[in-house]
Design a protein around this ligand. Structure first.
Ligand SMILES: Nc1ncnc2c1ncn2[C@@H]1O[C@H](COP(=O)(O)OP(=O)(O)OP(=O)(O)O)[C@@H](O)[C@H]1O
Ligand SMILES: [Mg+2]
Length: 669
């Protein structure tokens, strides 16, 4: 169940303990087992606090802990949560000391942007977001508005500090906190109020922290204040998986742990229990190029396994089709469950072509830790029309479509229509055509409603002959959807992006209709089926689509890492060129991705990718080269190795050997 080193970490209860080890070596397992050990040592479940990085990870940990401590009800009392959720709890219970009422509200990111627009007396959303970013960094560095004003280095920052001061007053007046406050207010609370500090130190007798490498300075302070000088805590982490530097996470926290607690027991785990050696070799080779805080090399007893594959595609659509084909091959060839397959990527926008290809191939999927293309408001709006076409009795779809755009139909009218439909036991759409409907909702609203009904009837009728894409575009034109988007977006750029999404969606419908030789109504039926399944959460056997950041800590038997290209992974642009620091962080991100795979791993990249209105040529990620040679290289050699990778994947293994040998020779010179 546990190896010797893990057992040592679990058994060490007397003082502070740090487990520092590579991916898949069982760090999270140490935490769950240690929870069990602490319970057996006599601690009450609510005296144990375990901190994870995401809510999803917290839920998973509670599940695993429940299996270990078979007593019913015990696991639900454990304080397993994210740092932020712990902060909420502390503020609700003890925030009065800071003048915060227990019922304070927590602002979402766009609420904050709105407040900052007011605080800075501007309508410029982009400017407000820049302030938001700066203020967030200040809060994470524990700087008050006054302190921020002192450290501000230029005019922009001085203005931001003024906005910060006004924003802080607004929060106080509204009894509201933002996300960053959830860490630094508890820190302030514990620093300034000895009685509160004592209270929480007695309440939480043992602290366990997963993914410690991604904590920031404020979180470290919270940890230190909570455990006091007794040092009753265990932190586990991997310096090679630190991927939140851009949000202020700092590896200094690993060093600080050793200086702040001289008795710290540091335990390393070497054996990996997750992956095959082919995958681990790739991971080791990539991370080898980064400077080392704690050198380590992963190995496992899972045998060599299948070679890591590199595949090139012409563009992102072809890449997505290739991913879909790969999934089908895994399913039919090896009987793989869809839940055992993940497609990972660097940037959220990469999910769009992937989602479209999976839908076209009827492969169920879930998008985790990011927004699905099909979840975007504008796409859901269009889908509401399609769902209504597929099934006129779909009342939720009716409600969305009939009010998008507004058409002069208000909530009262809809409430009256709903009551009327209920009396007649028909759907709202069908109710539109009952003779007594106008009497129930009023003459004018009835006209608007019927006009909407006629529009849909007309589309349904024409869908029998007209090509799907054309019809859909025409419908969007008729209802004035683009103008509506413009009205309901924060700024022209956002409106344009949203319209582009809709346009993409129409293009996708067009292609699907041509390929499957079907009309709009049939397509609408497939779409509505998948959409509803996803909304009801009934998608148990589904492929996971996930950004690399959200994939941390998770594992799947089969992984495809899409978009392994220069510019995307590592990510950089002309405005944001790579520095040593960002390149190292990108490399760790690649390492996180590669180490999610248990049995098979495919890395794919595109020779061309859409950019603005055109498409730009791309070259394979330097990390592919690093993986294939296993050596850190000079930049010259990089380019040659990238060409080798390109050749190998383009020509297929056998044919590539000859050309690759030539390129390899070139690389040596
Ligand atoms: N001693 C062990 N015996 C058998 N399986 C183990 C052992 N330790 C860990 N595992 C398994 O290995 C896999 C990886 O473990 P775990 O997720 O705890 O690693 P981790 O170090 O937290 O990885 P990451 O760095 O990705 O978060 C899991 O499936 C876990 O159940
Ligand atoms: Mg883990």
């Amino acid at each position: 169940m546990l190896n010797a080193a893990q057992e040592r970490a679990v058994a060490h209860l007397s003082g502070p303990c740090l487990v520092i080890a590579g991916a898949g070596s069982g760090k999270t397992r140490v935490i769950t087992h240690k929870i069990g050990r602490l319970l057996r040592a006599g601690l009450e479940p609510d005296q144990i606090a375990a901190i994870t990085f995401t809510n999803k990870a917290a839920a998973e940990m509670r599940e695993r802990a429940a299996q270990l401590v078979d007593k019913r009800g015990v696991a639900s009392k454990l304080a397993i949560s994210t740092f932020h959720a712990l902060g909420v709890r502390m503020l609700r219970e003890s925030g009065q000391a800071l003048g915060l009422k227990p019922k304070f509200s927590i602002l979402a990111a766009d609420d904050v942007t709105g407040l900052l627009r007011d605080a800075g007396a501007t309508t410029d959303n982009a400017q407000a977001r820049r302030w938001q970013w700066t203020i967030s960094l200040w809060k994470n560095a524990m700087l008050t508005p006054e302190a921020a004003a002192r450290v501000a280095e230029n005019d922009d920052e001085r203005v931001a500090a003024k906005v910060y001061a006004r924003y802080a007053d607004m929060l106080q007046a509204y009894q509201a906190v933002d996300f960053d406050d959830l860490i630094w207010l508890p820190v302030t609370l514990l620093q300034q109020h000895a009685d509160v500090r004592e209270h929480w130190q007695n309440k939480l007798r043992y602290l366990l922290v997963d993914e410690y490498q991604d904590t920031n300075a404020a979180q470290y302070d919270l940890l230190r204040l909570l455990v006091g000088d007794k040092g009753r805590f265990t932190a586990v982490g991997d310096d090679d998986q630190s991927i939140y530097g851009w949000r202020g996470a700092t590896l200094d926290n690993l060093r600080r742990l050793q200086t702040d607690w001289p008795t710290l027991e540091v335990i390393k785990l070497e054996q990996n229990y997750r992956s095959t050696n082919a995958i681990l070799r790739a991971a080791n080779a990539i991370i080898h190029s980064n400077p080392k805080l704690y050198p380590k090399s992963l190995w496992s007893e899972h045998g060599e396994g299948e070679a890591v594959e590199v595949r090139a595609a012409q563009n992102e659509d072809e890449e997505a089709q290739m991913v879909a084909a790969r999934i089908q091959a895994l399913r039919s060839g090896r009987n793989a469950e869809l839940a055992h397959i993940a497609v990972l990527y660097r940037a959220n926008h990469q999910s769009r072509p992937l989602e479209q290809a999976l839908r076209r191939a009827n492969i169920p999927y879930v998008v985790s830790g990011g927004q699905s293309f099909f979840d975007r408001a504008e796409i859901k709006d269009v889908c509401a029309y399609l769902r209504l076409l597929a099934n006129p009795d779909d009342d939720p779809a009716f409600l969305r479509a009939v009010t998008t755009p507004r058409r002069g139909i208000g909530p009262q009218t809809l409430a009256a229509l709903s009551t009327f439909a209920g009396q007649w036991k028909v759907s709202m759409f069908e109710a539109l055509f009952r003779d007594s409907m106008p009497a129930a909702v009023g003459a004018r609203p009835a006209d608007h409603l019927r006009e909407f009904g006629r529009l849909l009837h007309d589309i349904e009728w024409r869908a029998r002959t007209a090509p799907a894409g054309e019809l859909l575009r025409e419908m969007l034109e008729t209802i004035g959807f683009r103008a509506w988007l413009e009205e309901h977006s924060d700024n022209p750029r956002e409106a344009e992006q949203r319209w582009k999404n809709v346009d993409d969606f129409c293009g996708w419908i067009e292609r699907k209709a041509e390929e499957d030789k079907v009309g709009l109504t049939q397509i609408a039926q497939t779409i509505s089926l998948i959409t509803q399944l996803q909304e009801r959460g009934e998608q148990r056997d589904a492929v996971t689509l996930c950004t690399l950041h959200a994939a941390k800590g998770l594992e799947w038997p089969h992984v495809v890492l899409a978009g392994c290209e220069e510019g995307l992974l590592p990510f950089f642009t002309d405005d944001r060129p790579l520095t040593d620091t960002t390149l190292e962080e990108e490399r760790r991100l690649m390492y996180v991705g590669v180490t999610r795979a248990r049995q098979t791993l495919v890395l794919s990249w595109c020779q061309k990718r859409k950019q603005g209105r055109g498409a730009a040529g791309r070259s394979p990620s330097r990390f592919i080269g690093e993986m294939q040679t296993g050596q850190p290289k000079t930049s010259n050699k990089d380019a040659a190795m990238a060409r080798i990778a390109a050749l190998r994947s383009r020509l297929g293994a056998a044919a590539a050997e000859e050309s690759a040998a030539a390129a390899e020779a070139e690389a040596k010179t």
